[in-house]
Design a binder for this molecule. Structure first.
Ligand SMILES: Nc1nc2c(ncn2[C@@H]2O[C@H](COP(=O)(O)OP(=O)(O)O)[C@@H](O)[C@H]2O)c(=O)[nH]1
Ligand SMILES: [Mg+2]
Length: 420
C-alpha cells in the first residue's frame, strides 16, 4: 500500500483532491489540522490516505511525486522549488496540448469548450503553485505573525524599511490581504498599486483654504527647537503674500522672546517682505498683538524653541492661547522633523498635544530616507498634515500637504521636484 498526503482548506477539499489523484479507492487514514483559520489566514487540513499500488490510476503511477502531495510547512526549500518546477512542467504540457489540438476557426463551439477545460486546468495548477509559494515564503519571511504571500513580499519590505511602526504595518497588511480583490493579487505591481491607494486613503490631510471675506486666519507654529518653525513661518508668509492668486496681507507675531537672536531672525524676514511684526513676552500681551495686526488677512505666530521636555515653555504658550480675548481662533500647527524615528515623533506629539494640535507640518524631508514614521504618527493620531518642508530655501522649499506626495515618498523615496 502506498501512503500519500493531500491538503485543502477543508478535509472534504483535501479528500476530493485525493480522489482525483488516486481514484475512489483511496482509504482515509488520518485527518490533521495544519493551520487554524484566523483573520487573513485560511485553514489548512492535511489528510493521509492509503491506496493499493495497482488500484492507482495510470497517470498517478507514472508520476514519481504527485503534485498535489502537500507537505508540512517545514519542508526544505529545495523540495518546494522542485514542486514549482514540476507544476511549471505540467503547465507547459497543457500548453503543448493547446497547440496540437487547437481547433480550426470554423468550430467556435468546440474551441470554447476546449479552452474552458484548459483554463480550468491552468487555474487549478495556478492555485497549487500559489500554495507552494506560500509555504516557501512562510519559511523565509521575517519573523511576523502574518503569513505574507510572495506577491506581497516587495511591498512588505518597502514599508518595513520606511520606518513604519510594525503593528501598523501588520494591521494594514492584514486589511489588504482580507479585502484585496483576488484579480489584483496576480503580481507584485498590482499589489503595490493597491497598497499605495490604501495607504493614501489612510492619511488625513488638511487642504489649504484662503480666509473668507472679512475674516482672517491666525496660525501658530509650535514644536521643538531647531525643527524649522521660523524658516517655515517665512516660507508661509511669502506664499500668502506673494505666491497665491490673491495677494494677502500678512502680519507676524513672535511669542516668548527670550532669545534675542531668534527674534532677530524673523525680524529680518519681516523687513525683507515688508510685513508688520509684533512681539509678545507675557501672555496678556498676546491679544494686544493680535489686535494691532487686525488689518492682516493672515497672522502667523512664531514661538520660541521649546524643547519637548521643557514643560514650562509649553505652558507659557498655553497661557497665551488661553488668554486670547479676540474673536480669532488660533490654528495650531505642530512642526516636527521627519528625520526622527516614530517613537520620538510620538512622544514629542504627546508633549505638545495639550495645546490642541489642529494640523502637523513635517520638515527636513530632504534629510531623511524613510517616511513610514510620518505615516505612522498620522495614522495613530488622526491629526491631518497641512504642509511639508523639503529644504532650507525660503520661500520655495515648501509643499502643500497631499497624501499622494507622502505615499510616493514612502514607497519610492524623496526626489526633490519629482514626487507626485
Ligand atoms: N535640510 C533642511 N533644513 C531645514 C528645513 N527647515 C529648516 N531647516 C534648517 O533648520 C535650521 C533651524 O531652523 P529654524 O527655522 O531656525 O528652526 P526653529 O528653531 O524651529 O525656528 C535652520 O538652519 C534651517 O535652515 C528643511 O526642510 N530641510
Ligand atoms: Mg525659531
Amino acid at each position: 500500500m502506498k501512503i500519500l498526503t493531500f491538503s485543502g482548506s477543508t478535509p472534504a477539499e483535501a479528500l476530493k483532491k485525493a480522489q482525483l489523484e488516486v481514484g475512489e479507492d483511496a482509504m482515509l487514514i488520518e485527518t490533521r489540522e495544519i493551520q487554524k483559520k484566523s483573520l487573513g489566514k485560511t485553514a489548512l487540513y492535511e489528510i493521509v490516505v492509503g491506496v493499493e499500488e495497482n488500484a492507482m490510476p495510470r497517470s498517478s503511477q507514472r508520476q514519481q511525486e504527485p503534485l498535489t502531495k502537500q507537505r508540512p510547512l517545514a519542508q526544505k526549500s529545495n523540495d518546494v522549488l522542485y514542486n514549482i518546477s514540476e507544476a511549471a512542467k505540467q503547465i507547459s504540457k497543457i500548453a503543448e496540448v493547446t497547440e496540437e489540438d487547437r481547433p480550426s476557426k470554423h468550430t467556435p463551439v468546440a474551441q470554447s469548450e476546449d479552452l474552458k477545460k484548459i483554463k480550468d486546468e491552468i487555474e487549478k495548477l495556478g492555485d497549487k503553485v500559489k500554495l507552494i509559494q506560500n509555504m516557501f515564503w512562510n519559511e523565509k519571511s521575517p519573523k511576523t505573525s502574518l503569513p505574507i504571500p510572495p506577491e506581497f513580499a516587495e511591498i512588505y519590505r518597502l514599508a518595513q524599511q520606511s520606518g513604519m511602526n510594525q503593528e501598523h504595518l501588520d494591521e494594514i497588511m492584514q486589511l489588504t490581504l482580507e479585502h484585496m480583490p483576488s484579480k489584483m493579487r496576480e503580481n507584485s505591481e498590482t499589489v503595490k498599486r493597491y497598497f499605495q491607494t490604501l495607504l493614501r486613503k489612510m492619511i488625513p490631510v488638511r487642504l489649504e483654504s484662503a480666509p473668507k471675506m472679512g475674516t482672517k486666519k491666525v496660525v501658530m507654529l509650535v514644536g521643538p527647537t531647531g525643527v524649522g518653525k521660523t524658516t517655515s513661518i517665512a516660507k508661509l508668509a511669502a506664499r500668502y503674500s506673494y505666491f497665491l492668486e490673491k495677494k494677502y496681507k500678512v502680519g507676524l507675531v513672535v511669542l516668548d522672546t527670550y532669545r534675542i537672536g531668534a527674534v532677530e531672525q524673523l525680524m529680518q524676514y519681516a523687513r525683507m517682505m515688508k510685513l508688520g511684526i509684533e512681539t509678545v513676552v507675557d501672555p496678556p500681551e498676546f491679544s494686544t498683538a493680535l489686535n494691532s495686526l487686525q488689518y492682516s488677512d493672515y497672522i502667523l505666530i512664531d514661538t520660541m524653541g521649546s524643547s519637548p521636555y521643557d514643560k514650562g515653555k509649553i505652558e507659557k504658550i498655553y497661557e497665551c492661547l488661553r488668554s486670547n480675548t479676540t474673536d480669532y481662533s488660533v490654528d495650531v500647527i505642530l512642526v516636527l522633523p521627519s528625520s526622527i524615528k516614530y517613537e520620538d515623533l510620538k512622544s514629542t506629539y504627546e508633549n505638545f498635544a495639550p495645546l490642541g494640535i489642529d494640523t502637523m507640518m513635517f520638515t527636513k524631508l530632504d534629510e531623511t530616507r524613510g517616511f513610514g514614521n510620518i505615516f505612522s504618527l498620522v495614522y495613530e493620531t488622526k491629526v491631518p498634515i497641512s504642509y511639508f518642508s523639503i529644504g532650507q530655501e525660503v520661500p520655495e522649499d515648501l509643499v502643500v500637504s497631499s497624501s499622494d506626495f507622502l505615499i510616493d515618498c514612502l514607497l519610492n523615496g524623496f526626489r526633490k521636484g519629482e514626487n507626485l
